[in-house]
Structures are given as C-alpha cells and as structure tokens.
Design a protein around this ligand. Structure first.
Ligand code: NAP
Length: 286
C-alpha cells in the first residue's frame, strides 16, 4: 500500500493565509488581536517554541507580548502578572509556557487566566464547555489534529478512532472532539494491557504518549490514518514521534511525520484561538 504523508507544514501555511485575512479584518474594525506569552525561567527548548510562536503571530498580524519572569519568581508574582493581563484590553489571549518550575501549581495558574482569554483551553470552564459540546477555546493540539483530518477529507463519523494517551492537554480533549464528530472512540493509557490489540482496531489512530516509536507497523490496521502527536528528543539530539514512521510506511493509509506534522498545526490553532477571541470582543463592542 502507498502511504500518504500528511504535510502539516503545508496545511498550516495554507491556514495562516486565511488567518491573516481574519486578523486584518478585525484589526480594521479597531480590535487588533493580541497574545501574551508568559514564561518563568529560561529553558532553551521553550525559547525555541516561543520564538516560533512570536514569528507566527507577526506573520498573520497578531500583536504579541513576550513576558519573561526570572527563575526565582514565585507563584503569586506569576498570578499577579496574569491578573494584569486579564484586565488588559489589547490582549485577547494569554498563555503560560509549560513546564512551570517545581512548586508551581499548573491548576492554580490555569484557573487564574480569564476563561475569555484562555487560548490554550485549559481553564476548567473551557474544559467543561468542550465536554458538554459547546466549545469556546479548544486545546490547540487536538484542534490542530481535527483540522488535519478535515483537510484530508477524513470524516470521523462512523469510524473507530483510538487515542493513545489521556492527558488533559492532548488525549482527553482529542477523544471528546472525535466523539463529537460521531466516531466510536477508545482511549488507551499506560495501564492498557495489550495496546496493539486496541490500536489495530483503529481506522483513525492518534498517538500522544511521549514514548519514542511506541507504535510499530504490527500495531496499525492496514489503511488506517495515523496521527503522531509525540515529540521526543533522542540522546543523539534527533526528534522523533511516538510512531515508527518509516516502519508504518506501506501499512498506514496516511501518516503524519515528526517534525512537520501536528507541531505546526498546534501553532496555527493558537493563532486561530487568539483571532477568534478578538473577533468575539469586536462583536460584543458593536
Ligand atoms: P503526558 O501528559 O505525559 O501524557 C502521556 C499519556 O500517554 C498518559 O496518559 C500516559 O498514560 C500515556 N502513555 C504513556 N505510555 C503509554 C503506553 N506505553 N501505552 C499507552 N499509553 C501510554 O503527555 P502529553 O502532554 O499528552 O504529550 C504527549 C506527547 O505529545 C509528548 O511527546 C509531547 O511532547 C507531545 N506533544 C506534542 C505537541 C505538538 O504540538 N505536536 C503538543 C503537546 C504535546 P497514563 O495516564 O496512564 O500515565
């Protein structure tokens, strides 16, 4: 079987063209979309991701603010900074770069962000809205996966989707989105006894475990669409996903590469959520 590689870079590029138009239109109405990104301490990996996000914002016409807090910052200083941004009218999206230093509570930090500016979709109010089927902000990575499927013309309705991973950031919202589109969804976790027996049932397989090459060709149903969310850095510095990409070629119908698959879509969805937030503000100003 000929496996099609899904080019996330190309799809994200295409999406950014539409996003630029929306950003220009809402800006022309007096609301320029603004995104604030806060990081605590200096992590080289986070800095690379941040630079990519800042460049992507600039490309589509989003005003971005990079707030770097010192390593020694305590949680109350971070929460104070979030409160300032919650009240800042030029900012429509706030994100706090993870991971946070030891001693910080990711839950308290997520809950401090106004649910109306929570472009990561981690605030319990937004998690609840997604769960009841009226999403406001959807976490960027699973939203990006849904856009990839849509772009590829894959309708989840009536299909069996298997999600490997149950994190709040990826696995759980991913499963909810697929369920809402009418898929029959199985969610696997590290305690799932025979992972392959589950993944082989999948017509759509989304893997978000953070384990290099966890999914091999023998675990993939012939013709399945395989979406690899994982990003793992090997000791030699190479980035790989959770799927044995070379191994599944010839078995999967479609597969996303790492890098260049889901990653660029995550950033595109951050832009999308920020612009949608600014559009909501513009509508409420009318
Ligand atoms: P996480 O919080 O560590 O969650 C990993 C999940 O995978 C957990 O639910 C865990 O199960 C499950 N798991 C681990 N080993 C497993 C196994 N052998 N069999 C079945 N399930 C297993 O990670 P995350 O934040 O969801 O991220 C997952 C991966 O995606 C990471 O590599 C991360 O870097 C990447 N990621 C990529 C993007 C992107 O833009 N491309 C965005 C976010 C994350 P338990 O709950 O039982 O422990």
């Amino acid at each position: 079987m000929q496996t099609r590689t899904i080019d996330g870079n190309a799809i994200a590029r295409e999406l950014r063209v539409g996003l630029s138009k929306r950003a220009a239109s809402v800006s022309a109405g007096g609301v320029r979309p603004g995104l604030a990104m806060i990081r605590v301490g200096d992590h080289p990996a986070s800095s690379v991701y941040l630079r990519n996000k800042i460049n992507a914002c600039a490309e589509v016409g989003i005003h971005s603010q990079d707030i770097q807090l010192a390593d020694a910052t305590d949680e109350s200083t971070l929460l104070g900074q979030i409160r300032i941004l919650n009240d800042e009218p030029r900012i429509h999206g706030i994100l706090v770069q993870l991971p946070l230093p030891r001693g910080f509570s990711p839950e308290r930090v997520s809950e401090a962000i106004s649910p109306l500016k929570d472009v990561d979709g981690f605030h319990p109010t937004n998690v609840g809205l997604l769960a009841v089927g009226h999403p406001r902000f959807v976490p960027c990575t699973p939203l990006g996966v849904m856009k990839l499927l849509e772009h590829e013309g894959i309708d989840p309705e009536g299909r069996h989707a298997v999600v490997v991973g149950r994190s709040n950031i990826v696995g759980k919202p991913m499963a909810l989105l697929l369920l809402q589109k009418g898929a029959t969804v199985t969610i696997c976790n590290s305690k799932t006894p025979d992972l392959g027996s589950m993944t082989r049932e999948a017509e759509i397989l989304v893997v978000a475990a953070g384990k290099p090459k966890l999914v091999t060709a023998a675990m993939v149903k012939p013709g399945a669409t395989v979406i690899d969310v994982g990003i793992n850095r090997l000791p030699d510095g190479k980035l790989v996903g959770d799927v044995d990409y070379a191994g599944v070629l010839g078995t999967a119908g479609r597969v996303t590469p790492v890098p260049g698959g889901v990653g660029p879509m995550t950033i595109a969805m951050l832009l999308e959520n920020t612009i949608a937030s600014a559009e909501r503000v513009a509508r409420s100003n009318r």
